[in-house]
Design a protein around this ligand. Structure first.
Ligand SMILES: O=C(O)CCC(=O)C(=O)O
Ligand SMILES: [Fe+2]
Length: 208
């Protein structure tokens, strides 16, 4: 398994390629290409929500983007399907291989068409546990880790089939986001983006 701490692409002003984001773990070949294809096919059979500009699927618990919370109300909880078998298998593997501290019980699938992104954020601290793991399917992209208070930015290329694990400072102190653009800088040139689907695994904290 190939691991690195963030192989990086840069704009002017970004940090050197060898600078890792503390607490970030990158596993390049978590999923083989055929496993990516199979997971994408299974995701296609799920119901997409269009509440955001990008399409999403929520499993296990709904995350309320407006309130930044995981609603505990049983009626709202019931509106969210449980983890499908493909997600449960991955949640089990993540725990078994020691990537996550326990089996994830909340999964969000995000779809990004070229030009779509996600603004810089820290995943809800009171809602979710200490490890957030994200698989990339379809196209790759560049994720930016930023610490605006220190003027720092580290850009990490996420390849299809890879797993990006945020713990410690990468989870709590750095923001992560994906610029809304149609191509990413790479080695002096640009790499066009295709449709990317990410699957993020979390553990829900508290009474939810
Ligand atoms: O698309 C990704 O890899 C990350 C998505 C994300 O940051 C989130 O859902 O909180
Ligand atoms: Fe996030």
């Amino acid at each position: 398994m190939t691991e690195g701490l963030g192989r990086l692409s840069f704009d002017a002003g970004d940090e050197a390629a060898s600078v890792p984001v503390p607490g970030l773990r990158y596993i390049a070949d978590w999923l083989a290409p055929d496993a990516c294809q199979e997971m994408l096919a299974r995701i296609e059979t799920g119901a997409w929500s269009t509440e955001l500009r990008r399409r999403v699927q929520h499993y296990g618990h709904r995350y309320d983007y407006g309130r930044r919370s995981v609603p505990a109300a049983p009626r709202e909880a019931a509106a969210v399907p449980p983890l499908p078998s493909w997600a449960l298998q991955q949640a089990e593997r993540l725990a078994r291989e020691g990537v996550m501290d326990r089996r994830a019980d909340q999964v969000i699938v995000n779809e990004y068409q070229p030009g779509q992104g996600i603004s810089a954020h820290v995943d809800c601290v009171p809602c979710f546990g200490p490890v957030v793991a994200a698989m990339s399917l379809g196209s790759g992209c560049v994720m930016d880790f930023t610490r605006p208070e220190e003027g720092r930015k580290i850009s990490v290329r996420l390849a299809p089939g890879s797993l990006c694990v945020m713990t410690g400072p990468a989870r709590y102190d750095w923001r992560h986001g994906i610029a809304a653009r149609k191509s990413d800088p790479e080695g002096g040139g640009r790499v066009p983006r295709g449709r990317r689907v990410s699957v993020t695994f979390r553990t829900v904290l508290g009474p939810a």
